[in-house]
Ligand binder design. Structure first.
Ligand SMILES: NC(=O)c1ccc[n+]([C@@H]2O[C@H](COP(=O)([O-])OP(=O)(O)OC[C@H]3O[C@@H](n4cnc5c(N)ncnc54)[C@H](OP(=O)(O)O)[C@@H]3O)[C@@H](O)[C@H]2O)c1
Length: 321
């Protein structure tokens, strides 16, 4: 998309206010104590979700979000639960998934939590953005796929597995895809490019979703990925004044941005394996690299390596696909 196109969309395109009922649904939103996740959760509560799980690393902040959502939507206090989930720890991801697997049903797993790290840090042996935005995100997805699939069969529903990505995936150069081992190259601190890393993590999400989508096809689960647009939130709070200025002029409110998350979480079969933009399926804005032959090769390589990482965390987990 051109810069002018971006300005136009940010200022004049408003995703539709969500009205699809979520009555009877059990919905998990990761990273829902603040930002887009919290506003999406507020919509789900208003739309009548029966159980809404705020999956957060800071449960005190999660409880504050629960009370805030309850006071604005007047949903019953039994609807919202706050569960601990820290994507920087595989043990936390596993504990969360084990607990969620005991739920009677699961209609939506909305994987929204993410970071835009401004310095080098290592979680679980990998650079922090890779661990949180990519490895743990897909680890959780694979751990809960069986629950989503069984819910589809048992209740005749179409559960959604929705990943929050970004239009900035198109800005990543991703020269490392040609390296013999992509994740090793990305975990090399001496070559760490702090400005490249967040867009790159969002690109990896897009590549992986496209790679695993055929495996999810036919299971009854709808897997999709979305771009919320530039929105006000806590993300990149330390990224400096250029982003602050850009957000001041162009950013959507958090509520308006969150509509795109809800749109993907209620989308129909047309969204299977697809990229959503402004609340609609729109593959035209997926980056040219992703759609190129090189992009397809890169997706295969990334998934092969990510599968090996996930299998090392938990043998057999990729067979949940
Ligand atoms: N805002 C935008 O302009 C924009 C644009 C495109 C895409 N996105 C994407 O939208 C999603 C939500 O971002 P946002 O803008 O709403 O940012 P945000 O306000 O910073 O919210 C991010 C959420 O993720 C949580 N989180 C961070 N690290 C975590 C971890 N290790 N384990 C569990 N949760 C963790 C945060 O928890 P804490 O409060 O504890 O830090 C917070 O709840 C992200 O995936 C982001 O990449 C945002």
């Amino acid at each position: 998309m051109t810069f002018l196109g971006l300005i136009y969309e940010q200022l004049f395109v408003k995703p539709t206010y969500p009205t699809t009922s979520c009555a009877g649904q059990t919905i998990i939103v990761t990273g829902s104590n603040v930002g887009l996740g919290k506003e999406a959760a507020r919509h789900f509560a208003r739309l009548g979700a029966s159980k809404l799980i705020l999956a957060v690393r800071n449960t005190k902040a999660g409880e504050a979000a629960k009370h805030d959502i309850e006071s604005t939507t007047r949903c019953s206090p039994e609807v919202i639960e706050v569960w601990p989930l820290d994507l920087s720890s595989y043990a936390s991801v596993k504990a969360f998934a084990d607990r969620a697997s005991e739920l009677p049903r699961l209609d939506v797993l909305l994987e929204n939590a993410g970071i835009a790290a401004v310095k080098w840090q290592v979680f679980e042996g990998h650079e922090s953005t890779l661990t949180v935005n990519v490895i743990s995100t897909f680890y959780l997805a694979l751990l809960l796929l069986p629950k989503l699939k069984s819910s589809a069969k048992q209740f005749g529903i179409k559960p959604r597995l929705t990943i929050v990505s970004s239009a900035v995936h198109a800005q990543a150069k991703f020269a490392e895809w040609k390296e013999p081992k992509i994740f090793d190259a990305l975990d090399n601190e001496s070559k760490f490019d702090v400005w490249e890393r967040y867009p790159l993590s969002k690109l990896l999400e897009v590549l992986v979703v496209r790679q695993i989508a055929p495996g999810v096809e036919g299971s009854g689960v709808i897997l999709n990925i979305l771009n919320p647009g530039l929105c006000h939130s806590e993300l990149a709070r330390d990224a400096g004044w250029p982003l602050t200025v850009m957000k001041f002029f162009l950013a959507r409110t958090t509520e308006v941005g969150s509509r795109t998350l809800v749109a993907a979480a209620v989308a129909g079969p047309e969204a299977q394996g697809k990229y959503m933009h402004n609340g609609k399926v729109d593959e035209s804005v997926v980056s040219p690299f992703v759609k190129s032959e090189d992009g397809k090769l890169a997706a295969e390589k990334v998934w092969k390596e990510l599968s090996a990482i996930l299998e090392a965390i938990q043998p057999g987990v990729t067979s949940n696909l």
